[in-house]
Design a binder for this molecule. Structure first.
Ligand SMILES: [Zn+2]
Length: 374
């Protein structure tokens, strides 16, 4: 493993502008690099369906050992403002001048994957198949993962199910294995319009119906595994009109999808109650934004990786996280993901920075994991 080579590659990548839906140039760079390194490439064109400009990339480094290999994954898009990044390396830290984000989320992860692969090649380490999956648009609702056309992928390019996602904030040693599912909800209350001054009794105030239902809903922290939030309420009429429409939106997330449906059901009952009291009508729509992420092997893979960290004296921590990522979407395809720390800090802000030693530790752990699978 070569620190200078990793950093040179990282700085080069940080300078390529790749915000969500505009990762095309960066994808080309990566495709060329992976080809040069000897990979077979498959490109998924899911982006055509959502108006992006970059494919998802599957790269395969065939192994010289039989058996189920491993997949290394990361995302290509970065959070804006990220144009004209000037990465500053100061001791153990890579940061910016504070006018842009760094884009270390997730180019740190990609740099780590590339250096791990270079090391494996250089040291002629025997290995099973290694796949790399790089997605666009992770940061804007995991569009790359959601629109991935798995049916079109040739059989010999289908990535191994055990997936190491190199995209976690915080130190090396962090191994996230579970994340909640999230459902978006939208309730439209329908009342009846009337002149508020002349004949208000003929109207049904949609805001009143919504308020009644809302004020009885259990929102916020529901239990250890479940949270709920109402985030918009919308109704706007002149003061002399009894409003006939009021719309609210929000989300429910939980590590148990049954619990989510239970909560939504309780909201429905309250809406029924409100309608009974005020009249009018309502429509409640909900949609799964992403499914739950949980280990498919009783944490075997996560524990194996924790052992690898410990072998290089990095304290490891198995973790449950509160947000969704590509891994939630890929879980539906049978992928068994862990999301590991790369030394990213203050991600999604212009104060973002990467800790170089953490990045190196995670890279070393990836190499070691692949090596121990000999
Ligand atoms: Zn990320």
């Amino acid at each position: 493993m070569k620190k200078e080579r990793l950093l040179d590659n990282l700085v080069e990548m940080l300078k390529i502008h790749s915000p969500s839906k505009k990762e095309g140039e960066y994808a080309k760079y990566l495709i060329n690099l992976l080809k040069e390194m000897g990979a077979s490439i498959y490109l998924d064109e899911g982006y055509l369906q959502y108006g992006g400009d970059s494919p998802s990339i599957i790269a395969k480094f065939p192994g010289d050992i039989e058996g189920d290999g491993v997949t290394l994954a990361a995302h290509m898009d970065v959070i804006e403002p990220n144009l004209n990044v000037e990465p500053i390396i100061e001791g153990n830290i890579i940061k910016t001048d504070g006018s842009t984000t760094l884009g270390g989320d997730d180019k740190g992860g990609i740099a780590s994957i590339i250096e791990a692969l270079r090391t494996i090649k250089e040291e002629k380490i025997s290995h099973k198949d290694i796949y790399v999956v790089l997605t666009p648009c992770e940061e804007v609702g995991m569009l790359g993962a959601k629109y991935f056309n798995w049916d079109k992928v040739p059989h010999d390019m289908l990535p191994s199910k055990n997936m190491i996602v190199v995209d976690n904030a915080g130190d090396a040693g962090i191994i996230a294995h579970s994340a909640p599912s999230k459902y978006d909800i939208e309730i439209s209350f329908q009342g009846r319009k009337a002149h508020a001054g002349i004949e208000p009794e003929k109207g049904i105030n949609a805001i009143s119906i919504a308020s009644y239902a809302l004020s009885h809903m259990n929102i916020g922290r529901i239990d250890d595994l479940t949270t709920s939030n109402i985030s918009t309420i919308n109704s706007e009429f002149p003061s002399n009109v009894v409003p006939d429409i009021c719309r609210i939106t929000g989300e429910v997330r939980s590590h148990s999808e049954a619990k989510i449906l239970e909560i939504i059901d309780s909201y429905k009952k309250l809406c029924d109650e409100a309608i009974e009291k005020f009249g009018g009508n309502y429509k409640l729509d909900y949609k799964c934004d992403y499914p739950v992420l949980k280990p498919k092997d009783d944490l075997k893979f996560a524990r194996e990786f924790a052992k690898v960290y410990e072998e290089i004296n990095v304290p490891s921590e198995l973790k449950v996280i509160g947000g969704g990522s590509d891994s939630n979407i890929f879980a539906e395809q049978g992928f068994n993901s862990i999301i590991i720390g790369v030394g990213m800090n203050k991600v999604h802000t212009v104060e973002e920075y990467l800790e170089i030693d953490e990045l190196l530790k995670t890279t070393e752990a990836i190499v070691r994991y692949i090596k121990r699978n000999e």
